[in-house]
Ligand binder design. Structure first.
Ligand code: NAP
Length: 409
């Protein structure tokens, strides 16, 4: 019999969410328990306030990282991955990367083993957070970063090893490449299938939210068969799957005089280094950015810094079968257990999760209440040291202040 508390994917890819869904959570290492307690209070308060008890999240703890190791002897137990697959939506705190323990990164492993191919990072200004820009309010973007390939696939060999020498011998002797002696070597695979599913998700997001453009960010002028191919495949999937909803920038100017027809998403591309300039100088021209893994790593943190919110940037890793919402910062071990740090990243990732589930009223109330709390000058240490006249409060008090503001909305 079907479990009435399990979120399901319907045939058209939409979520069927019961009123009391089981949602697994990974508390996380370091500051993870502090920010998880805070985020959970805010999420539960928002759901209760929006739906008056009709809806509620049935949280279920699952283990990874240090706690996973202590419970099962494994940093990423199979049961944890099974639970995320079964319950479709999950949320996690930051996880320590164990040094020299045979796993490169638990976070990367979760993304790869669950095939969570798109890392989605919305970047929007929350006043009055101090920003290095004159007009941070002009930044309203969502980065779709490919999560499964590129240099992050981890295909690399250390300089001086027999493996690196064998690869170097193949490249020089059989493929005619020139290499410096004793180089470390990394491989950068980029494929049509992974590019197209990522770009399709980015375009679908723009269509669903009536956003003006999707920019393919790449370094194809130099890396033609990886980054350049990403760009070409991006345009291809736009033509194949969104012919009636997307137009290229070229068509925009040649056929529509530069005026975007209503309901159409403009597909454009920019060389990566140029886009870093443009998002500083003309941020209002960019909305959704789709990009390979390494570029996406750089641009999403750079954009978050532009709105002053590196510590509060939310994020999600989304595949076809399931999604994991997560704090984008690390475990900040020096603050662990001090009830001190800003839970904003996990709180806002939780709001993204509620959006994803279609519980949009609760999600919106969290964003409004968080902004209100910052406007009231009641903030954690990281913001207090930047906002003149603000009062520093603890992580848990910050969460309670947000929850009070939700109740007062
Ligand atoms: P980090 O944990 O993000 O901390 C770096 C600094 O960022 C902190 O010292 C603190 O700055 C600030 N910070 C981070 N989170 C904050 C919060 N919630 N509120 C306020 N300030 C915050 O980066 P790291 O020290 O490089 O990494 C530590 C561990 O986390 C490593 O094991 C790394 O692999 C892991 N990590 C995990 C993830 C993930 O799980 N997704 C992501 C990145 C890193 P101040 O010192 O200036 O106060």
């Amino acid at each position: 019999m079907a479990d009435a508390s399990v979120i399901r994917k319907t045939e058209n890819g939409k979520l069927d969410v019961p009123d009391t869904p089981i949602i697994p959570f990974i508390e996380g290492d370091g500051i993870g328990p502090d920010i998880w307690r805070a985020a959970r209070l805010v999420l539960d308060t928002a759901v209760a306030a929006a739906y008056g008890g009709r809806r509620r999240i049935a949280w279920r703890e699952i283990f990874a990282g240090q706690k996973g190791f202590e419970q099962t002897g494994n940093y990423l137990p199979d049961q944890t991955l099974d639970a995320i697959r079964r319950y479709v939506v999950a949320i996690k705190g930051p996880l320590t990367t164990p040094v020299g323990k045979g796993i490169r990164s638990v976070n990367v492993a979760i993304r790869q083993r669950l095939d969570l191919y798109s890392c989605v990072r919305p970047v929007r200004y929350i006043p009055p957070v101090p920003s290095p820009l004159k007009h941070p309010e002009k930044i309203d973007m969502v980065v779709f970063r490919e999560n499964t390939e590129d240099l992050y696939a981890g295909i690399e060999w250390a300089a001086g090893t027999s493996e690196a020498r064998r690869v170097a011998a193949f490249l020089t002797e059989e493929m005619g490449a020139r290499l410096p002696p004793e180089a470390g070597i990394g491989i950068k695979p980029i494929s049509a299938v992974n590019t197209k599913r990522l770009v399709a998700r980015a375009i679908a997001h723009a269509v669903e939210h009536d956003l003006p453009s999707v920019t393919l960010m790449h370094k194809g002028n130099i890396m033609k068969y990886t980054e350049g191919a990403f760009c070409a495949w991006g345009y291809e999937v736009a033509a194949e799957r969104f012919a009636d909803r997307a137009i290229t920038e070229k068509a925009l100017f040649e056929e529509f005089g530069g005026r975007r027809p209503q309901g159409r998403v403009v597909i454009k591309d920019r060389i990566a280094d140029m886009l870093f300039q443009q998002v500083l100088l003309r941020p209002e021209e960019y909305s959704v950015i789709a990009t390979p893994n390494l570029n996406g790593d750089y641009i999403s943190d750079a954009l978050a810094a532009q709105v002053g919110g590196l510590g509060m940037a939310p994020g999600a890793n989304i595949g076809d079968d399931c999604a994991v919402f997560e704090a984008t910062h690390g475990t900040a071990p020096k603050y662990a257990g001090q009830d001190k740090v800003n839970p904003g990243s996990l709180v806002l990732s939780g709001a993204m999760m509620l959006d994803h589930m279609g519980w949009k009223e609760a999600a919106e109330s969290i964003r409004r209440a968080l902004q209100q709390t910052i406007e009231q000058g009641r903030v954690t240490y990281d913001l207090a040291r930047q906002i003149e006249g603000a009062t520093e409060i603890s992580c848990s008090d910050f969460a309670r202040a947000i929850a009070d503001n939700i109740d007062a909305l």
